[in-house]
Structure formats: C-alpha cells, structure tokens
Design a protein around this ligand. Structure first.
Ligand SMILES: O=P(O)(O)OP(=O)(O)OP(=O)(O)OC[C@H]1O[C@@H](n2cnc3c(O)ncnc32)[C@H](O)[C@@H]1O
Ligand SMILES: [Mg+2]
Length: 188
C-alpha cells in the first residue's frame, strides 16, 4: 500500500526544499527528519537500497530517502554516487577541472528515491535522469554542483542560473518524483 504521507530522511536542506516544492501541487504530505546516513560503495541501486534500509531502522517506520549522482560520460559514469567527496575537496570553482584532459564534457544527473514501509520491508526505487555537460561554475554555489551543470534541455543556463521552478521542471529530481507520484496515485 502506498502512504499518504512520506517521511523524507535527508541531511541536505536544499534537496528537502526542492522535494517540498515539487510535491506541493500533488497533495502528498511530506514530513522530514535530518539524519546523515552512512553510504556504502557500489552501484546506484545498491547504495539507495542500503541507505533506505538504514533509514527505516533508524526511524523504525516508513521512510523515503534519495541519492543523487553526477555521472561523467568520459569517466564511465564516475564520480557518480561519490560526487559529494569530489565537490567538497575541490569546491564548485575547481570542479570543472576534473574533465580538463577530456574532450567529452557530457554528464548525467541521476536522482534515485528509495521507499520502504519499515525495517526489513521491500524497497521501491524511482529514478530520474537529466543529460547535460560540465562547465565552469556559473551562478550561485549554494547547492552542490548546480553551478557546474548545464542541462541540455535548458536555455544554456546552469541549474544554478535557472529559476527554481524551471530547474524542477526538467531536473533529475523532478523526473524521479514524477515516477514516485505516479506510483502513489496508482496505489491509492
Ligand atoms: O543526506 P543526503 O540525502 O544523503 O544528502 P547529501 O547532501 O549527502 O546528498 P547525496 O549523498 O545524495 O550526495 C549528492 C551530492 O550531490 C549534491 N547534490 C544533490 N542534489 C543536487 C542537485 O540537484 N544539484 C546540485 N547538487 C546536488 C549534494 O550536495 C551532494 O554533494
Ligand atoms: Mg549523503
């Protein structure tokens, strides 16, 4: 059974704000708890499933978690789920230099939501992908690598230069949440 209310477990207030904005028109109620969950190494799906199981155990009830990856095509999809560490070390200003030796600057932003009804329960996965390229930082550096990712579907702006509603309409997170809300509608 799909829930009417979701308990989104994240330590990232920018993610939470986007998820709240995107879900506001859907009638789905969102609760949230800030828990910084340890993340394993592995495939995107393995990491998301494990993160969801840890969250369900930490909370003792239904949980929604999300893992965001940035995959460089020239790097066979890396840094992928490990992008946070690269960004923390380099900062947004130097982030583009990772691809300095590569002609191919294309990348995919991948957002994976994972939902479980509680500890030990099955995990449902919902994923969205947005194509783009890595550029020198332009716009606010508030949220992750937003200033370094220029989506192909946009008007040549980085995510950070776009109004929030425009980012949400084409973003990896928006697409993943569209799948999640479809499931919620179908189940209730
Ligand atoms: O508690 P959680 O939900 O795990 O939050 P987090 O900040 O640790 O997030 P991730 O583990 O998913 O790591 C993803 C990294 O990508 C960044 N990020 C996530 N979504 C983004 C977006 O839409 N635009 C730019 N950067 C983003 C985020 O700041 C991290 O550095
Ligand atoms: Mg994390």
């Amino acid at each position: 059974m799909a829930p009417k209310e979701l308990n989104f477990i994240t330590g990232n207030k920018h993610k939470l704000a986007e998820v709240q904005a995107i879900l506001s028109s859907t009638g789905v109620r969102l609760e949230s708890r800030a828990v910084d969950l340890p993340e394993i190494q592995g495939s995107i799906e393995e990491i998301s499933r494990d993160k969801c199981k840890r969250a369900a155990e930490a909370v003792g009830g239904p949980v929604l978690v999300e893992d965001t990856c940035l995959c460089f095509n020239a790097w066979d999809e890396l840094p992928g789920p490990y992008v946070k560490h690269f960004l923390t070390s380099l900062s947004a200003q130097k982030f583009h230099s990772l691809l300095a030796g590569f002609e191919d600057k294309s990348a995919q932003a991948v957002c994976t939501f994972a939902y479980a009804e509680g500890p030990g329960k099955d995990v449902m996965i919902f994923q969205g992908r947005t194509e783009g390229k890595i550029v020198e930082s332009r716009g606010s550096t508030d949220f992750g690598w937003d200033s370094c990712f220029e989506p192909t579907e946009g008007k040549g702006q980085t995510y950070a230069e776009m109004p929030k509603n425009e980012k949400n309409a084409i973003s990896h997170r928006g697409k993943a949440l569209a799948k999640l809300t479809e499931w919620l509608k179908a189940e209730t």
